[in-house]
Write a protein that binds this ligand. Structure first.
Ligand code: 1CP
Length: 333
């Protein structure tokens, strides 16, 4: 079993495995080089040779304990025939959702559209660089995906005004997403993903009273499905107020925390394995500070099953040398 699985499944506390969200990406010059020659981001995700190579790039540099497949949560709306583009200095831009078209999507057509993602997972999980490491697959949570599908761009701080007006539309989208997220998850597991992470990046936009309908129930459904495949699931509901309530309801195998939350409170409240927390901006400071902050998290979770990670994705302006220093600090702890 790989160290991350030991932490999640066997609740080991002495291993301190590390991987980093967005570890395969914009802070690495070797990624930028590939990206410069591949302006269409979706096409790049659908190029299994390149996406598997990008996935493995950080493992060639650093002693990470996991590879996370180079893909995007928005590959699911893309698979459902919604147009998805990534605009430079703007982010994702989606076309109108054609609900009839999405509802009538056949399972095998969806799988066929995303086949290169699964192919890349096979390549990565069979590569020597991932032996004794975990290959992580992922999906966006239904709520976060629905936000992009209706809002058609990043909500940043707020949703469009009439977002919640069409209740029937919302209900239908949630049902379609439940079906196709399960297919996407199963395909990833069948292709070598040993762990699934669910990203709910916009969980923090909802009020407490709306959490059961938009987050708790749909996510619980996916979590149960992933667990039925004998696969551990890590949930990352970014920016929520009550991680304990979330964990009590959804019961993921591990919970990833953001950098706004106090790790001491989390350790007190939550019994399941914990991942993440450190502010990605710390990597933009200096070595002394990186060591201090990394140790703070490692000390706090010394006797708790803990996977080192950041509290959000690594920032593009991060110096790869500082990442090396962070990995060394965690490994030497
Ligand atoms: O321009 C570029 O070079 C593309 C930048 C980029 C990258 C490297 C995007 C566009 N997506 C990704 C890869 C990606 N996205 C991974 C790969 C594996 C890894 O190394 O971690 C993962 C796991 C994601 C997940 C993802 N995509 C999330 C959840 C995590 C988070 O950041 O909150 C979200 C919200 C997206 C949507 C998305 N993809 C890309 C952008 C710019 C965005 C929008 C973010 C926003 O709305 O502000």
């Amino acid at each position: 079993m790989s160290p991350i699985q030991e932490v999640i499944i066997n609740k080991k506390t002495d291993l301190n495995p590390i991987w980093i969200m967005r570890q395969a990406g914009r802070y690495l010059p070797e990624f930028r080089e590939i990206r410069a020659n591949n302006p269409d981001f979706i096409k790049l995700c659908l190029n299994h040779k390149l996406s598997s190579e990008i996935t493995l790039q950080p493992l060639k540099r650093y002693d990470f304990d996991a590879a996370i497949i180079f893909s995007d949560i928005l590959m699911v709306p893309y698979g459902l025939n919604q147009k998805v583009e990534f605009k430079k200095n703007f982010g994702p831009l989606l076309g109108d959702l054609n609900l009839d078209n999405a509802s009538s999507m056949q399972e095998n057509n969806f799988t066929e559209k995303l086949k290169p993602v699964y192919k890349a997972l096979e390549i990565v999980s069979n590569n020597n660089l991932t032996s004794n490491k975990s290959t992580i697959g992922f999906v966006g949570a239904p709520w976060t995906l629905m936000v992009y599908m209706i809002n058609k761009q990043s909500p940043k701080l707020k949703l469009k005004k009439n977002f919640f007006d069409d209740e029937l539309l919302i209900k239908k989208i949630l049902l379609i997403l439940e079906k196709f997220l399960k297919i996407h998850i199963k395909n990833q597991v069948d292709s070598g993903a040993q762990i699934i992470q669910i990203f709910d990046s916009w969980a923090g936009l909802l009020e407490e009273k709306d959490l059961p309908y938009y987050i708790y129930n749909p996510t619980l459904n996916l979590v149960k499905f992933i667990q039925s495949l004998n696969t551990p699931v890590i949930c990352f509901p970014r920016n929520i107020k009550d991680y304990k309530k979330y964990c009590d309801f959804i019961k993921p195998d591990a919970i990833c925390i953001d950098y706004e939350i106090d790790p001491l409170t989390i350790r007190k409240d939550i019994k399941i394995p914990i991942q993440g927390g450190m502010d990605p901006k710390i990597l933009l400071t200096d070595k002394e500070n990186i060591k201090k902050e990394a140790k703070r998290y490692l000390d706090i979770f010394k006797d708790h099953p803990y996977i080192f990670n950041l509290g959000h994705g690594v920032l593009p302006e991060t110096d790869p040398g500082m990442m090396e220093y962070l990995v060394k600090t965690v490994k030497d702890y």
